[in-house]
Design a protein around this ligand. Structure first.
Ligand SMILES: [Fe+2]
Length: 137
């Protein structure tokens, strides 16, 4: 289980809200995974895929609007995760074997998530909230 309160908070509220939503979806996937419920895991991964697509697009749009210099590097990290999730969906749909994606569910996604929040998301949110303050001032 990912505990949202243990995760780093960033300086933009919309990001924290959407990260909380991702945590809720992930925790449901993990529960279904522990129950060996393949169909529910597939549906959950499709949900997190949809969530990540719109959440990443949202972050990228805000970074673009604020001329955030490392946008491209950040976007590449998002694109890699979307590719991984896509592979997990294909793997599960083709083989319906949870053991083949165990590593991704147990460690891959949660580790990536907390690391990404702690590094790229934190930096981007700090930069953008600084820009907003400068504009107001
Ligand atoms: Fe991000």
């Amino acid at each position: 289980m990912i505990d949202f309160h243990q995760l780093p908070k960033v300086e933009l509220d919309f990001m924290n809200t959407e990260h909380q939503e991702a945590v809720d979806i992930y925790n449901k996937i993990e529960r279904d995974y522990l129950l060996h419920d393949v169909d529910s895991v597939i549906n959950g991964i499709l949900d997190i895929q949809e969530h990540c697509i719109s959440h990443f697009a949202h972050e990228e749009q805000v970074m673009k609007n604020n001329c955030y210099p490392p946008l491209q590097v950040h976007k590449e990290a998002h694109d890699r995760v979307l590719m991984e999730i896509d592979m997990v969906v294909k793997q599960l749909k083709n083989h319906r074997d949870l053991s083949k994606i165990a590593h991704y569910i147990e460690r891959g996604f949660p580790n990536w998530f907390s690391q990404h929040l702690n590094t790229m998301d934190k930096m981007a949110a700090e930069f953008i909230s600084g820009q907003k303050l400068r504009k107001v001032g």
